[in-house]
Design a protein around this ligand. Structure first.
Ligand code: UT7
Length: 406
């Protein structure tokens, strides 16, 4: 290819970003659901754990309380319950799903992926499933990928979940981080449609040079014979704050330019809920009043990949996000990563059918039976399939694969 035309192609790619394929397929959000643990951890309680105060936390972050998962829950069980609600809202069966993407920063295991556990528990027997790691920007990355799959004709229905048990990777002695984060989950179901609308544009960014400002080692040793590593989250709050205050407005402007829209064409902006002062900085950068932003950080803190879907669902429930509204989602996180997405929220909740609800519930019971049968067949296979003794492997349950799903 000649140098000139290559440059033109690059320019065109940059201008277009991910705006659909133009093949008449659109990715619409047809279902949504959230799950937050019951246990509320207030600032007053944290005051008794580290040297801090309710006043400092509220002033510097906007957070009053957050939810903490109890020991019966995992990242997978929270995500599973959010997913079931989203499927009910969409009035779809798990077997309609082609793909499950779980965005998480706090998976129970390095592998298998949380998405595989959820796929099994849902009985989504036709779906591929994987986890995506882009920290707090993960939900925007995952919805963008889901929409691209649908537009390209590779999937008709995709489940996207953001789910976290961040309380398990926090250092509860570190007052600069333990005050910020909380647990929870949110899910979207995206479906193919020929009607224009749904996910219209997205921008995704990364700057790995800032990776050391926010990380969690998650048990990976520095060498094969090195000592076990810290699992806790480590953060340089001021660096992340500066970066976030800059990129939130930038990414919003970028996605609007890509969609050919102005800021006044947008009805609601739902930002990642990390710190009220970061959202205020974004509002200043965009010269918008705060009432154009949906904020619920006061009650949940920063739930990483779950923060945006939890906020979207609450905005719908409170009537702040309505049918035919134009919505911008914008977020940032470790990586460093950041991104934004423009969505036409042209959704009309599908009519609930009690028969469908009952069938879905029966399907979940069948999924449980199916999973047990598959485990049993694997045991039988191991008995009857005579393998050389030294390569035999004894299958055990995952250590933290909790049975509780409701
Ligand atoms: O999804 C992405 C996740 N991360 C973020 O979004 C984090 C972004 N950063 C932030 O939200 C803020 O930087 C923090 C909330 C973490 C910290 O707020 P800050 O206004 O940047 O405080 P600072 O780090 O500049 O610290 C100011 C003072 C320090 O004391 P000295 O050195 O001035 O005496 C800190 O030791 O506040 C102290 N401090 C606290 N005091 C009471 C830090 N944490 C606390 C605390 N309670 N919890």
């Amino acid at each position: 290819m000649a140098a000139n035309s290559e440059t033109q192609v690059r320019k065109r790619m940059r201008r277009n970003g991910r705006q659909g394929t133009g093949n008449g397929r659109y990715a619409h959000i047809v279902g949504w659901g959230i799950e937050v643990p019951e246990r509320v951890l207030s600032n007053d309680e944290i005051e008794r754990m580290v040297e801090t105060s309710d006043e400092w936390i509220r002033d510097r972050t906007g957070i009053a309380e957050r939810r903490i998962a109890d020991e019966r829950d995992t990242t997978a069980t929270l995500g599973l319950r959010a997913a079931r609600k989203a499927l009910t809202q969409a009035n779809l069966s798990p077997r309609d799903l082609d793909l499950i993407i779980v965005a998480t920063s706090s998976p129970t295991h390095l592998f298998p992926a949380t998405a595989n556990t959820i796929q099994d528990k849902l009985g989504a027997s036709r779906a591929g499933a994987f986890d995506l790691l882009a920290a707090c920007t993960g939900f925007i990355y995952a919805v963008s990928l889901a929409a691209a799959h649908i537009e390209a004709g590779m999937a008709n229905a995709v489940l996207v979940i953001g789910t976290e048990t961040l309380s398990r990777i926090l250092d509860w002695q570190d007052r600069s981080t333990c005050i910020l984060f909380g647990d929870g989950a949110g899910a979207f179901v995206l479906c193919a449609s020929e009607t224009p609308g749904g996910v219209r544009a997205s921008v995704l960014h990364s700057d790995g040079s800032g990776g050391d400002h926010l990380y969690a080692r998650s048990g990976v040793r520095t060498s094969w014979n090195g000592p076990p590593t810290e699992q806790s989250l480590v953060m340089n709050g001021q660096e992340v704050f500066r970066f976030a205050s800059r990129v939130m407005a930038q990414a919003t402007e970028e996605v609007l330019e890509q969609a050919g829209l102005a800021i006044d064409d947008v009805d609601v902006i739902i930002p990642h809920q990390a710190n009220i002062r970061i959202i205020q900085a974004a509002a200043r950068g965009l010269k918008l009043p705060m009432d154009r932003f949906f904020v619920n950080i006061e009650r949940y803190g920063n739930t990483s990949t779950a923060s945006i879907p939890i906020a979207v669902v609450e905005a719908v429930e409170q009537g702040q996000l309505k049918s035919n509204d134009r919505l911008v989602l914008v977020g940032f996180g470790a990586g460093l990563t950041w991104g934004a997405m423009l969505i036409e929220w042209d959704v009309v909740p599908s009519a609930r059918s009690y028969l469908q609800d009952a069938l879905r519930e029966s399907w979940y019971i069948l999924a449980h039976v199916r999973s047990m049968v598959r485990r049993l067949l694997r045991v039988l296979e191991a008995i009857f399939w005579k393998q050389p003794r030294d390569t035999q492997h004894r299958a055990t349950r995952l250590p933290d694969d909790k049975e509780q799903t409701d």
